[in-house]
Design a binder for this molecule. Structure first.
Ligand code: SF4
Length: 303
């Protein structure tokens, strides 16, 4: 008589936790190699123009879930209607929603912008954040993330693009591409992703890698099916075998990418799979001899 195994209600979450535990960060030389190839493929990885800290903060809020073009349109319309920060802080939420509607999610962004401006005016007695230029990264980050609705990505954008600090903002493109490249543990929270990449990426490369990962995510490593065939880092990407049929060795398993199935990780020495099944699909000898034992796929629950 066949017996069905009962599924644990928290099985999926438990598997994700185990997979995250099994993750080990890649060797720093892999990060440098990824940066080098992204720079070659996508041109100079220069950051966007530098803005005043408050301007950068508001622009970053406007940029959520929209294109650069629509973000800029919304910003220009907003500044045309409310030329000073004081005027903007006094705006009625409904009016601001209409003015920035072109930027998308206006019902969320308008109250967030107003709450941030009013909080800054309350704390600073005005809108001057010039003190940030002579403050430490930690002080600036702590201040910004204490503002209503401001998370680590927005704070990192202000640090990187306004203050010229070595921060690496993790937006949706950076998160997706870095995860596929094995630079992030599976299921990392936004806060954890910032921490992991900050520890992993050398100071000098952080802003450039942010720019490179975004360009790569928009053009090649897209959401949905990535274009691994034309990717300049496919030979060192642990996710590539999932999409490249011919990269699977005899006996290897093809898998789909999903939060619980077919996640790929760097394997560097003591991989602790626990209940996660690990299959090695390919191993570049030249990388292995340099201390990078190639690629491995942890297929997770049900493998
Ligand atoms: S090989 Fe594929 S999954 Fe890996 S970075 Fe390139 S496009 Fe993304």
């Amino acid at each position: 008589m066949s017996r069905k195994r009962a599924k644990h209600p928290n099985g999926r979450r438990a598997t994700a936790r185990l997979a995250a535990k099994a993750w080990l960060p890649p060797d720093p030389s892999i990060v440098r190699e990824i940066h080098r190839r992204l720079a070659r493929a996508h041109g100079p990885l220069d950051p966007p123009r530098r803005l005043d800290p408050l301007e950068e903060l508001v622009v970053t809020i406007l940029s959520q879930n929209t294109s650069d073009t629509n973000r800029d349109r919304a910003y220009q319309a907003m500044r045309a209607r409310y030329p000073t920060w004081e005027a903007l802080a006094r705006a009625r939420p409904g009016d601001l929603v209409e003015v920035i509607r072109v930027g998308g999610l206006a019902n969320t962004k308008a109250p967030r912008i107003l709450a941030v401006l009013r909080e800054i005016r309350e704390r600073e007695g005005g809108f001057d954040l010039a003190w940030m230029r002579s403050s430490s990264d930690e002080e600036v980050e702590e201040y910004l993330t204490s503002l209503p609705g401001v998370g680590p990505k927005t704070a990192a954008c202000v640090l990187a693009f306004s203050l010229g600090r070595p921060a690496l903002p993790v937006d949706t493109h950076v998160y997706r591409v870095a995860s596929r490249l094995g630079l992030l543990p599976p299921g990392a929270t936004a806060r954890a992703a910032h921490r992991v990449l900050r520890d992993l990426v050398p100071v000098k490369l952080r802003v450039a890698l942010h720019v490179g990962l975004i360009r790569h995510g928009r053009t090649i490593c897209k959401a949905g099916r990535p274009r691994c065939e034309e990717c300049p880092i496919k030979d060192i990407c642990p996710t590539a075998p999932i999409y490249l049929r011919d990269a699977v060795e005899p006996g290897g398993r093809k898998s789909r990418e999903s939060p619980r199935w077919g996640r790929a990780y760097w394997r560097s020495g003591g991989f602790r799979p626990a209940h996660v099944k690990v299959e090695e699909l390919g191993c570049r000898r030249d990388l292995a001899s340099g201390g990078h034992p190639g690629r491995a796929i942890a297929t997770g629950e049900g493998a």
